[in-house]
Design a protein around this ligand. Structure first.
Ligand SMILES: [Zn+2]
Ligand SMILES: [Zn+2]
Length: 343
């Protein structure tokens, strides 16, 4: 079977892999859609992994059909459509019981994630634990399921932590796949949305996704631009999905007094002045790391019930053989959502 690997320093290669059978408690998922997520770029850009160690296929947004089940698996059956939650965890500690497997307290063989320490969705199939499979409702496409596996649910949790509603003007920093999903979801929650990005193509995608206002930092200070759009006060809330110094800072300074901000963009650093940026502004700042299994199901239900047009986010559906070239373009950070498709 064909699958992708990151070979280090912005190189991706398609290689042949053996198709494996699931062990006890495991399933083989025939991947139908695998999302390319911005956080993959950190690995893509990084140095080559130890060449003596096994190279794992990336892809932490897998969605597909159960192709085989191992011994003792009862929660899913061959042919079921599923979304894979990409963290395993011990299954017993308090955070695993909450569905936050990524916060597992027990280091050990089960403290792993698919698309990182284990093979992920960028291949024709993957082996994972049956208990991380969530049923994909008939109303959702495989592409939508893939997006809900990480990026869209990450945006959803970041927004609901701030209790976003129709009373809010929400500034969304970064209109890559996570931020763009945030724009769609915040609109579906009734909010007025100000979309922020340096890329004009991404701002246009945000406009198409329903953003009310577009702000490009190239046009001047972002905080000033957002205050101009909000009677001089700032947005009620902000979602930071770019993970850059400037946007992290602006996501705090561009919300009004008593505002709230959610950070979901990973990596990097930021310098904040506690007194003017946080304390004197009574800012509530949330950190939010992907989503729980339950949160993934809740996101899927919200997308169905509110008819969020998630599929329209997908600008490219790729054959695995074309993915190395696609990562070069994704790396420039002005594309829409790209998925690897096996239709
Ligand atoms: Zn991700
Ligand atoms: Zn655990």
């Amino acid at each position: 079977m064909r699958g992708l690997v990151f070979a280090g320093d912005r190189r991706a290669e398609v290689r042949d892999f053996d198709q494996l059978d699931p062990g006890p408690g495991e399933v083989r998922v025939k991947v139908r859609s695998s999302g390319m997520c911005g956080s993959d770029l950190h690995t893509y850009r990084g140095p080559a992994k130890d060449p003596t160690g096994p190279v794992k296929r990336p892809g932490h947004e897998p969605c597909g059909e159960i192709a085989a089940v191992g011994a003792g698996v009862t929660n899913v059956h061959v042919g079921d459509r599923v979304i894979v939650h990409h963290y395993l965890g011990c299954g017993y500690c308090k955070y695993c019981r909450l569905g936050y497997n990524q916060l597992c307290l027990n280091p050990g063989p089960n403290n792993l994630y698919y698309g990182g320490s284990e093979h992920g969705g960028h291949g024709e199939s993957l082996i994972c634990a049956a208990r991380v499979c969530v049923p994909l409702a008939d109303e959702l496409t495989f592409d939508e399921g893939a997006m809900i596996a990480c990026g869209t649910s990450t945006a959803y949790l970041g927004l609901i932590k701030m209790d976003i509603s129709g009373r809010d003007t929400v500034a969304i920093f970064g209109q890559g796949p996570v931020g763009l999903a945030g724009t769609m979801l915040a609109k579906a929650m009734g909010s007025r949305v100000i979309a922020v990005d340096l890329s004009e193509p991404r701002l246009q995608l945000a406009r198409d996704a329903g953003a009310d206002e577009l702000v490009n930092p190239n046009d001047g200070d972002v905080t000033e631009q957002i205050r101009t759009l909000t009677h001089g006060e700032g947005a009620d809330a902000a979602l930071e999905a770019a993970g850059a110094q400037a946007t992290r800072k602006a996501s705090c300074t561009a919300v009004k007094v008593f505002g709230r901000t959610s950070w979901v963009g990973e990596q990097g650093e930021v310098v904040l002045q506690p007194t003017p940026d946080i304390i004197h502004r009574h800012l509530t700042l949330y950190g939010s790391w992907t989503v729980s299994i339950f949160g993934m199901e809740e996101t899927a239900q919200f997308v169905i019930d509110r008819k969020v047009p998630l599929q329209s986010m997908v600008t490219e559906r790729l054959n695995i053989e074309n993915v190395p070239e696609a990562y070069q373009r994704f790396d420039k950070q002005d594309t829409g959502k790209m998925v690897i498709s096996w239709d």
